[in-house]
Write a protein that binds this ligand. Structure first.
Ligand code: FAD
Length: 150
């Protein structure tokens, strides 16, 4: 079985768009390096206020990864929305896909009834997953996915 953990946290990256993008590049790069090693896959949804992330893999590795992420000062108040065991990965090709909320993806958000500000405390994990899958499809249409090694 694959362990799946969905959480949200408050973005504590300060500065403007440039700082945000630099930080996100660092986070995605560390994530891809570590997650590839640990067999963890998933998806990270974010805007200037929130992070919402899905982590999936072997239970011990997912817990270890979440605990490490929880100590990161670039966000605060990590709160688990749901954990469960599932038969298969939802994001098998993504060591950590990510999508920032930009006007370009607004249509995807609207398709999920999210027109205004994201309020992850009100989201069910099924809604997060459905949104992430559509964002993944949108991103995949734009570029080649990062493949999990091994
Ligand atoms: P390094 O990248 O070498 O970093 C060394 C230490 O410095 C770590 O403690 C790191 O947290 C800290 N650090 C590095 N850059 C900064 C910075 N700019 N500001 C403050 N502290 C910094 N990691 C994963 O492995 N997988 C994930 O899926 C994942 N998702 C994340 C999602 C979010 C929303 C955030 C905020 C972080 C995420 N991270 C993820 C990063 C994670 O929190 C750790 O920073 C990372 O795993 C540490 O990698 P490393 O051991 O290779 O250390």
């Amino acid at each position: 079985m694959i362990h799946q953990l969905v959480y949200y946290s408050r973005n504590a990256v300060s500065g403007g768009d440039r700082e945000m993008l630099t930080n996100m590049r660092d986070i995605v790069s560390a994530s891809q390096r570590n997650n590839s090693r640990d067999g963890v896959t998933g998806f990270l949804i974010f805007d200037k206020t929130w992070f919402v992330q899905i982590l999936e893999g072997e239970r011990a590795k997912v817990v270890e990864t979440y605990n490490r992420i929880g100590r990161d000062p670039r966000h605060t108040g990590a709160t688990i929305i749901n954990v469960r065991d599932v038969p298969d990965r939802l994001f098998p090709n993504w060591t950590m896909g990510g999508a920032m909320r930009t006007p370009e993806v607004q249509e995807v958000y609207l398709g999920h009834g999210i027109g205004g500000a994201l309020d992850p405390a009100k989201l069910k994990s099924s809604q997060v997953i459905a949104l992430a899958l559509d964002l993944q499809a949108f991103e995949q249409a734009k570029r080649q996915p990062q493949r999990l090694v091994g």
